[in-house]
Ligand binder design. Sequence first.
Ligand code: NAI
Ligand code: MG
Length: 501
Amino acid sequence: MTTIALPHLNERALRFIGRSHKLFINGKWVEAASRLTFPTYNPATGEVLSQAAEGDKADVDAAVKAAREALDHGPWPKLTASERGRMIWKLADLLEENLEEFATLESLDNGKQLGVARAADLPLAIDMFRYMAGWTTKIEGNTIPISVPYTPGARYHAYTLREPVGVVGQIIPWNFPLLMAAWKIAPALAAGCTIVLKPAEQTPLTSIRLGELIQEAGFPPGVVNIVTGFGETAGAALAAHPLVDKIAFTGSTEVGKLIVQAATGNLKKVTLELGGKSPNIIMKDADLEVAIPGAASAIFFNHGQCCCAGSRFYVHKSQFDKVVEGITNEAKKICVGPGWEPASQLGPLVSEEQLNRVKGYIDAGLVEGACALTGGKQIGEKGYFVEPTVLVNTNKNMKVVREEIFGPVVAAMPYSDIDELVDQANDSSYGLAAGIWTTNVSKAHELAAAMRAGTVWVNCYNIFDAALPFGGYKESGWGREMGHNAIDAYTETKAVCLKVA
Ligand code: NAI
Ligand code: MG
């Protein structure tokens, strides 16, 4: 099926791509009820890479019922916390053993650099499973001294239990396909939930392969189900399903709002990790040797396809020209090419749709009066490559400053004083992340506190860890992923009160 025959790519990954892929429901690999499949593309060439089963409402229904049965009557809830933790740890070990295969699949399906998948996506996903494996034995309730003024003399023993929230539907995007699956699946398993995962239609391959490892790790049937398919069909059916207790979603703010509406039927719990338009601020006292390449990486990493990309770039007016020239030079140095080329540093966008979206934004910016100091155009006609782009002459009313582009495009703007800067930085419907570059420690903390954003990076950017919560203020979402906050999002608290005297 695939036309790629590059000798240095992992053989097992290439064999996997050549197979036909099914849905993972109740511990078995099954075709979609409709028997339909859909193509996934190689973004570096635009060619069909592989075919996945096109799950829809009937398949989602079967998967949810399997997850319900596994939670209500299966062996899964009877496992000890320690047994559950070991199983999750085993999954991490299996991922590590198959790292090269997964990195290759991720690079081919998404377009990202193989080296990045190896060094970042895979280790972060593995670490996420290990971090959450450790949580299983630490999900504790409290004993609570209660007074109950209307029952004088009575004594009670009151405590809380932390229980799995139930069957969770998880809908993930294509920018970090395996890592997003890990961010979702790991805490849900740690909390004892059962899962129906709907990967993005652009990048289903690593989720499907993960399903095989889930089987190998020994998770009972129905604990994790994977339904590949489209958002408007499979995704919407999952979000609306009455037997799903919680939906966790990462993707666009537009679809996030649809998820909230779909969840109203049975008032399922919802967590959302949505878009961003993050300010990245270079203070007058910043170490420019570090800040300029740092700011370039903040926007160009993963080809700008990061929800937290530092896409609004604020520089003091006295240094504006110098700093912007610096980031422009960084952009010009970037070697753009297919993910499997060791020399390439920036790959294609994920899809033709994304390519057109990003080109549309650049054009809209230019029409509104922005100027591209570098970039601004598609590269070649094969694949979905866009030049790293630095826009100046931008202002807060422009589409390129207000809306998430999700491509390698940064809008640079000067500021004159700190109060104005804080207002400018917070002037967004989003609030996912912010970057600050300064050598002044007091100013760093003061500005970090002033940012209306879920993550603030100082003198660094895109630093992620399984222990560090991540999520958004405002329209960037509800709730947090990673850290112990993620466990909270997958548990219910039950109060138990026993009369003892
Ligand atoms: P999307 O929000 O449409 O897709 C994300 C996931 O939601 C996919 O699995 C998709 O199948 C599913 N989905 C789509 N429509 C759905 C529906 N009605 N009900 C349930 N599930 C549904 O994002 P898309 O179209 O791929 O990208 C559009 C923009 O979204 C990007 O340009 C970017 O701005 C933003 N985005 C943000 C991400 C983030 O990490 N926060 C990740 C991906 C996209
Ligand atoms: Mg969409």
